[in-house]
Design a protein around this ligand. Structure first.
Ligand code: SF4
Length: 500
């Protein structure tokens, strides 16, 4: 395939079908352009079977967000203008307040290799050690498929670390896993630095107690609560990965154990294991979850049984009291794409909820096994790589009194008059762990469950106003023409690509 033919194909695949098609062709093009190793690595780290890739936002949003949250870290995107527009829009919508660098391209710069030179030039301009510790350079779909070789960028420029990553929608299934792509790349870099010589200490100084690194984004108060749970065992909470600053990476690696609070950080866990660190799955959610987690962490860190017992004695009565004081009564389905779905599910069950289904866009890993086994033993259906259709099937089958889910699931539930809560905004952004988690989750879930009467009222009020093609205010009853739609459908060229 000549370069221009390849580029034509890539452009065609992305322009006609965007993120939702052309996966096979883009993969082929990327492999032909020398990206096989990267894509094979992603396929091993982020397996898509058996339910294929779930519908989700552009995965690069995950890694972009991780970079934008770090101090003294610059970000450069290389990709189609529409992708970059969407990504920057979303990051600013979520309050990034940071500049996102963009190296634009056209067919010519892509085909001639000029794009790589442009990226290199941008990196050299940006790499000011007074301002930055690191520059993250991200290849989106088209540059990855075209084989733009950002891995050839210098490892550092003027003492500023350069972190090149490919985050194509046809290689990284979810934005959650894209966070791991960047966190893993940074940990590898930091591990090599630490192995080569002395590195910077954490800004807050080094603690005298062994630490447990916390893997996965969480509510800001949760690490404080985790620290209090660990304290009777003589342990302290270490940094949260993804970190907010480069030097925290060294402290994260320098730990007694790693708590994989979110179980999908495969590349990051590989770096910790290479550094000789042991990893513990699950998290201290609810009574049983907290007991199991404290015991697992204590055993892993070689803590004497008496100290583990002291930690249990201190933590568990308060959690039991909080769970008993704020029980949840109701039939619930739960779905999301953040990676904390199984933890929330455990907490719901421990709070007394009749939870029937939990679907997550993330893959099953050995670190999610403890939570999966616990949930399945209580009759909860657990689905990894859940698609929207499967989440909606669960909604139809289990007829919940409350649906917790992604935007389209919530929309469908509300259309049916079922109270619903957005997982990302209203559930995953709350404390989940220890006593704080038990009380906080029950508060929001019970308030939503109590809304049933309002939904009934709204359903009754809107009954008969029309839906679908007849939704809205009309001077007369709209006349439907299904034959027009059918004609349009037949006139469209068949798109046979797999969905991305
Ligand atoms: S980078 Fe890929 S997945 Fe992301 S918006 Fe662009 S085409 Fe879609």
């Amino acid at each position: 395939m000549t370069a221009s033919t390849a580029t034509d194909d890539i452009s065609k695949a992305t322009s006609t079908t965007g993120c939702h098609g052309g996966k096979a062709r883009l993969r082929e093009a990327a492999a032909a352009a020398g990206k096989s190793e990267t894509l094979d690595g992603y396929a091993a780290d982020y397996p898509v079977g058996p339910h294929d890739q779930p519908q989700s936002m552009c995965p690069a949003f995950g890694s972009l967000r991780v970079g934008l949250r770090m101090r003294r870290t610059a970000t450069i995107l290389s990709g189609s203008a529409c992708c970059v527009y969407g990504l920057t829009f979303t990051s600013h919508f979520y309050g990034a307040k940071r500049t996102v660098g963009y190296v634009p391209f056209n067919s010519e710069t892509l085909v001639t290799g000029r794009l790589y030179e442009d990226i290199r030039e941008a990196v050299f301009k940006l790499a000011d050690p007074v301002l930055y510790d690191a520059v993250v350079v991200t290849n989106l779909c088209v540059p990855t498929a075209s084989g733009v070789p950002i891995q050839k960028l210098p490892r550092e420029v003027n003492g500023v670390r350069i972190i090149p990553i490919d985050v194509p929608g046809f290689g990284v299934p979810t934005h959650a896993e894209a966070k791991d792509v960047l966190a893993g790349a940074m940990l590898r870099y930091a591990r090599n630095e630490a192995e080569a010589g002395p590195v910077a200490a954490p800004r807050a100084g080094v603690t005298d107690r062994p630490t447990v690194t916390l893997l996965g984004e969480m509510f800001p108060a949760d690490p404080v609560g985790l620290g209090m749970l660990l304290e009777p065992m003589g342990l302290a909470a270490g940094p949260v990965v993804p970190t907010r600053e480069w030097r925290e990476l060294y402290a994260a690696l320098d730990c007694a154990a790693v708590a994989a609070i979110h179980p999908f950080y495969t590349a990051s866990i590989r770096e910790f294991e290479t550094a000789g660190r042991q990893v513990v799955g699950s998290a201290p959610v609810g009574y049983e979850g907290t007991a199991a987690w404290l015991e697992a962490v204590g055993r892993t860190c070689g803590i004497p049984a008496a100290a583990i017992g002291a930690a249990l004695d201190r933590a568990l009565p308060g959690i039991r009291a909080a769970l008993d004081a704020t029980p949840i009564r109701g039939r619930i389905t739960l779905s999301g794409y953040e990676g904390s779905e199984l933890l929330v599910a455990r907490l719901l069950v421990e709070s007394g909820a009749d939870l029937r289904y939990v679907g997550t866009a993330c893959p099953r890993t050995r670190w999610s096994d403890p939570d999966r086994e616990w949930l399945e033993s209580r009759g909860v259906q657990v689905r990894f790589r859940a698609s929207l259709e499967q989440d909606l099937e669960a909604l139809a089958e289990y007829r919940p009194e409350l649906a917790i889910g992604t935007t389209p699931v919530v929309q469908k539930a509300k259309q049916r008059g079922v109270p619903a809560l957005y997982f990302t905004n209203l559930i995953s952004a709350r404390p989940l762990m220890g006593v704080a988690g038990a009380g906080s989750l029950a508060q929001v879930v019970n308030a939503a469950l109590g809304n049933r009467a309002r939904f009934d009222e709204m359903t009754a009020f809107f009954t008969g106003v029309g839906e679908g093609d007849t939704a809205g205010v009309w001077p007369s009853q709209p006349v439907l023409h299904p034959e027009f739609r059918e004609r349009q459908r037949k006139s469209r060229p068949a798109v046979v690509e797999e969905p991305v």
